[in-house]
Design a protein around this ligand. Structure first.
Ligand SMILES: [Zn+2]
Length: 140
């Protein structure tokens, strides 16, 4: 089944808010988690049962749901610096409400539970989210 059709059906079955939550959770960790949450697996299981399609694997999830739920734009990859939030410029990026550009990812917050963190890493981002964020920063 086509990724676009699977996404459309996901929205039909669970609603847009759940779809948004599902997708944003996929990309909220830096780097992305190497497995899905149980509730995400359950949603995919329900979806495949509902439409009688074979189960969607972890690898396929990132190929199918690689779109910004707000802008319907395909996510791209970029290398960005990891920040602690001590730097003023970085604070400006992290403090403003990001609900209108959830997949901007111009920087990656440091995961304090992780050791040997690199200085930068690869993230997924939405071009339209980045543009929205830059417009907001200019406005302020
Ligand atoms: Zn976006």
């Amino acid at each position: 089944m086509e990724p676009a059709i699977i996404r459309k059906q996901f929205v039909e079955v669970f609603g847009f808010e759940k779809y948004k939550q599902f997708v944003l959770t996929l990309y909220e960790a830096f780097p992305v988690r190497d497995r899905l949450f149980f509730w995400q697996e359950q949603m995919l299981k329900n979806l495949s049962e509902h439409f009688n399609i074979r189960p969607i694997t972890y690898e396929e999830v990132y190929l199918i749901f690689n779109q910004c739920p707000l802008h319907n734009a395909e996510l791209k990859r970029d290398i960005v610096p990891i920040v602690d939030g001590n730097n003023c410029q970085d604070m400006k990026f992290t403090e403003i409400d990001n609900s209108s550009f959830p997949l901007s990812n111009v920087i990656a917050p440091r995961d304090l539970e992780r050791f040997n963190y690199p200085e930068e890493l690869e993230v997924y981002y939405c071009h339209d989210c980045r543009k929205t964020q830059m417009d907001k920063i200019v406005e302020e």
